[in-house]
Design a protein around this ligand. Structure first.
Ligand code: ISJ
Length: 171
């Protein structure tokens, strides 16, 4: 797609909203792993995610490097939530989950969010290149934190998911 100037109404809220969906699903990931041998850090799955989203970006004619860079932060953000919940559950086992969702099923849900996020990243290519990007990102984050009633942990994690959105590629 030709990269014209960002339209005046260009919002980063759809992108931020998908990032929020992803940090919220991390609760289920943590519950699926808690008390099992599955580690919070799974480099093989991360590689799979990064390869898939770069390929999807390419198929859309979008920037695979920028997409992968943004997804590295999505992955870190998910782990912020998982570690935060593990700390909480270690400190107070009565808060720990009593049911274990299936990690395979949750990853299919994450794959769906990933696909939508790749498209939102592609759709925001022009606005991500403008000087107004940071302001739009902050506005989108504020709206999503409020709209989704994010708690402190998920607000911190959402913040962790966003730093590369307005980062321009090195010349
Ligand atoms: C979400 C998971 O936990 C971590 C985060 C990942 C992600 O955000 O895609 C992938 C692998 C894990 O390092 C998972 O294991 O699926």
């Amino acid at each position: 797609a030709p990269a014209g100037p960002a339209p005046a109404h260009a919002s980063l809220r759809p992108l931020v909203d998908l990032a929020a969906e992803r940090v919220l699903v991390a609760d289920e990931v943590a519950a699926a792993k808690w008390g099992t041998d599955s580690p919070i850090d799974d480099p093989a799955r991360e590689r799979e995610v990064l390869d898939a989203v770069a390929r999807q970006a390419e198929e859309l004619g979008a920037d695979p490097e920028a997409t992968a860079r943004i997804f590295r932060d999505q992955i870190e953000a998910s782990k912020v939530v998982q570690r935060g919940l593990y700390r909480r559950w270690d400190a107070d086992p009565s808060q720990a989950p009593t049911e274990r969702p299936d990690l395979g099923r949750i990853r299919l849900e994450i794959n769906r969010i990933n696909g939508e996020l790749v498209r939102a990243i592609a759709d925001s290519a022009a606005v991500r290149e403008t000087p107004s990007c940071a302001g739009r990102l902050t506005a989108g984050a504020a709206a999503v934190i409020h709209g989704r009633h994010l708690d402190a942990l998920h607000t911190v994690a959402l913040g962790r998911s966003l730093p590369s959105v307005c980062e321009r590629a090195e010349p």
